[in-house]
Design a protein around this ligand. Structure first.
Ligand code: ADP
Ligand code: ADP
Ligand code: ZN
Length: 206
């Protein structure tokens, strides 16, 4: 099962990815999570990535492509993978096609107007990556799944979100046509409740 989650920032990729990985037993590969881990550990990749991520800009293609190429070569990806947040540009998608066969692209389809609220109210578990929203949890700061601490991402502020939405429109949205033409695109209505969206994904994955 070689699956990609496509969608604008805040569409629910991370939220759904955790559920898909659990049910279908595939590794969840989030390029955003990989960058955040590198930033925390102050690796050379982390230092480069931070300057882009803080501004809400995409990290250069050559950096992210190499990371994903190496990750997909690992043993646990032998029977499939779930990519969350990659590819985000046409050159990334072309590179991916040169080293793996993408079977299904789940396109989380949502009105961009809904996303500012989702992102500025997002809280994420530092330990397991689960996403929460202040409208559901208030000011609770403990993950109900693992007991980890909930934090606000430094790029979930209004200025960075505006740049990320622009980057999505200009650089990532063209991937919808790219994958439609290849016959692997599944549109998933992503404005409903988390369980409803997951139900649609289950139908699409069979
Ligand atoms: P992405 O990984 O696409 O950026 P997340 O999965 O982190 O998005 O979700 C962004 C925010 O929206 C989080 O605060 C999350 O709790 C919330 N969220 C996710 N899915 C839904 C949904 N179906 N309805 C309402 N809020 C949602
Ligand atoms: P979101 O929840 O906004 O969808 P992610 O956690 O997927 O965000 O990514 C956070 C940031 O990491 C992005 O705004 C971007 O700067 C960088 N990033 C993640 N994946 C990629 C990618 N495939 N190409 C370029 N930059 C990326
Ligand atoms: Zn957790």
């Amino acid at each position: 099962m070689n699956v990609i989650l496509l969608g604008p920032p805040g569409a629910g990729k991370g939220t759904q990815a955790v559920r898909i990985a659990e049910k279908y037993n595939v590794p969840h590969i989030s390029t955003g999570d990989i960058f955040r881990k590198n930033i925390k550990e102050q690796t050379p990749i982390g230092v480069v990535a931070k300057s882009y991520i803080d501004k809400g800009q995409l990290v250069p293609d050559e950096v992210v492509i190499e990371i994903v190429r190496l990750r997909l070569a690992e043993e646990d990806c032998k029977n499939g993978y779930l990519l969350d947040g990659f590819p985000r540009t046409v050159p990334q998608a072309e590179a991916l096609d040169s080293f793996t066969k993408v079977e299904t692209v789940l396109n989380l389809d949502i009105d961009l107007d809904l996303l500012m609220k989702r992102l500025t109210g997002r809280r994420v578990c530092e330990a397991c990556g689960e996403s929460y929203h202040v409208s559901f949890i208030g000011d609770a700061n403990t993950c109900t799944k693992c007991g980890g601490t909930l934090i606000q991402r430094s790029d979930d502020n209004e200025a960075s979100v505006n740049n990320r939405l622009t980057a999505y429109t200009n650089q990532t949205a063209p991937l919808i046509a790219y994958y439609k033409e290849k016959g692997v695109l599944c549109n998933i209505a992503a404005a409903g409740k988390i369980d409803e969206v997951f139900g649609e994904i289950e139908k699409a994955l069979g």
